[in-house]
Design a protein around this ligand. Structure first.
Ligand code: MG
Length: 383
C-alpha cells in the first residue's frame, strides 16, 4: 500500500542531554534509523520536521538516502506535526504515518500492521497495554491508586488518511494541548484503533535510554560467519564463432555446447555461491530439462544465487575463477571479465579475480575437447 510519512525531529531533547535525534546509536544517527525503516517499508515521500538551524545536521545524518526532505517545525509538537503534513504532496486519501524520531527501532512490520488497521478507521496507533500497577504520588508518598484497566501507552508511528488528519488539526482550537495526533483526531470525533505496539519502539527520553537501545540493537545483530564455497564445470567444444566466458563474449573458431549459453566460468561461480550456502547446485535451481533455460544468458543464474544469499542476510566477500583451456587466450579478456563479474555481483574490482591456465596439452582440455572452469566464493552469512 502506498503511503507517506512525517518524522518529527524538531525537539530540543533537553532531558536526554541535547539534540538526541542526531546522536549516534549503533553507529547511526538516531533519526536515520526511522528514515531508513520508513523507506524500506515503501514510503513514497518522507518529510522530516526539524528545528531551526538543523538543516546541515539533517543532511549529514541522512547522507546517501533519497526520498526525504526537511521542513522547519513550530513552537510545539502539534505545530511541528502540522508543518510536516502541510509539506506532503499526496491526496486526502493517502495514508500518512506520523513518527517520533526519538523512537528509532522502527521495523517495516510495524508499518504494515498500522496500514492494515487503518482500513475502515480514521486512525491507528501502536500502543502497549500498561502492565505495571499505577500509583498517584504526592510529595514522595502514595496518595492513591489508578486503575490500569483499559490504559494503554501510546507509541508512534500513528497512521491516518492525510485529509482526515489535516481536517482534525484545522478543527481544533488553539492551545488544546494535544500530545499526539491520535488525540487530535479522537477529539474531532474520529475512531482511532489501537494496534499492539512493541517494547522495542521505546522513546529515547533519558540518557540511560541510549544504553538500553544500544543493547537491543546489539542483541538483534547476529554474528556473521565466514564461509567458502567451491564450484567446477566443463563444457564440450563444438562448431561456432564465439564463446561466452565469465559473462563476456569472445570471438573464437569454436563455441561451447550446452543447454544455456554454456558459460562454464559463470556456472562454476554460481555453484561456488550456492555451495557456500549449502543450497544445492545450479542444476537444482535451473534444471537443464526445462526448455525455459535453452540458450539462456548465464548471468541470471549467478544473480539468482546472490539474491538467495541476500535473502538469508548474507553477502559475498570475494570470488576467484580459474579457466582451464588451451585456447582461446584468456589473458587479453581477463580485465573485461573481472569488470563484468564485479558489475553482476556488485563487488569492488579487487574482490573479483579471473585466472587462466592450460593443462600442458594433457587431458580433455589439453586435447581441446572441452573447457573447464573452477571457482571459489567467500561469503558472510548470519550464524
Ligand atoms: Mg555448465
Amino acid at each position: 500500500m502506498s503511503f507517506s510519512a512525517v518524522i518529527v525531529a524538531a525537539g530540543s531533547g533537553t532531558r536526554a542531554g541535547g539534540s538526541k535525534q542526531w546522536r549516534l546509536l549503533g553507529g547511526k544517527p538516531v533519526a536515520r534509523w526511522s528514515l531508513e525503516a520508513l523507506l524500506a517499508a515503501g514510503a513514497q515521500e518522507v518529510v522530516v520536521v526539524i528545528a531551526e538551524g538543523q538543516a546541515a545536521a539533517a543532511a549529514a545524518a541522512f547522507s546517501g538516502l533519497s526520498g526525504w526532505r526537511t521542513v522547519q517545525g513550530g513552537a510545539d509538537r502539534a505545530a511541528s506535526s502540522q508543518a510536516g503534513l502541510a509539506a506532503l504532496s499526496g491526496d486526502d486519501f493517502l495514508p500518512v504515518l506520523v513518527h517520533d524520531a526519538a523512537r528509532p527501532l522502527l521495523a517495516p512490520d510495524h508499518v504494515r500492521r498500522l496500514l492494515e488497521a487503518l482500513d475502515g478507521a480514521d486512525g491507528a496507533i501502536l500502543a502497549l497495554p500498561v502492565a505495571d500497577s499505577l500509583r498517584r504520588g504526592v510529595g514522595g508518598r502514595i496518595s492513591g491508586a489508578v486503575d490500569r484497566d483499559g490504559l494503554w501507552r501510546a507509541q508512534t508511528p500513528q497512521a491516518f488518511r492525510l485529509g482526515r488528519l489535516r481536517a482534525a488539526f484545522a478543527a481544533q482550537a488553539q492551545d488544546q494541548g494535544a500530545t499526539d495526533e491520535a488525540e487530535v483526531v479522537t477529539r474531532d470525533g474520529g475512531v482511532v484503533r489501537l494496534v499492539e505496539g512493541d517494547p522495542r519502539l521505546m522513546k529515547l527520553t533519558y540518557p540511560e535510554d541510549f544504553a538500553m537501545a544500544e543493547a537491543l540493537i546489539a542483541g538483534q545483530t547476529r554474528p556473521l560467519q565466514t564461509r567458502v564455497g567451491q564450484g567446477f564445470d566443463a563444457h564440450r567444444w563444438g562448431p561456432g564463432g564465439s564463446v561466452w566466458l565469465c559473462g563476456v563474449e569472445i570471438a573464437h573458431d569454436q563455441t561451447l555446447i550446452g543447454h544455456s549459453d554454456a558459460d562454464a566460468g559463470l556456472h562454476a561461480l554460481t555453484d561456488a555461491v550456492l555451495g557456500a550456502m549449502g543450497d544445492g547446485d545450479i542444476g537444482d535451481h535451473f534444471p537443464p530439462t526445462d526448455p525455459k533455460w535453452k540458450g539462456a544468458a548465464s548471468d541470471q543464474f549467478l544473480v539468482h544465487a546472490v539474491e538467495r544469499l541476500a535473502a538469508r542476510g548474507g553477502r559475498l566477500v570475494n570470488v576467484d575463477v580459474t579457466l582451464i583451456c588451451e585456447r582461446p587466450k584468456v589473458k587479453p579478456h581477463r580485465q573485461a571479465m573481472r569488470e563484468r563479474l564485479a558489475e553482476i555481483l556488485h563487488l569492488p574490482l579487487d574482490a573479483v579475480s579471473v585466472k587462466a591456465t592450460t593443462m600442458e596439452k594433457m587431458g580433455f582440455t589439453g586435447r581441446e575437447e572441452g573447457l573447464a572452469a573452477s571457482a571459489i566464493a567467500t561469503i558472510e552469512l548470519p550464524a
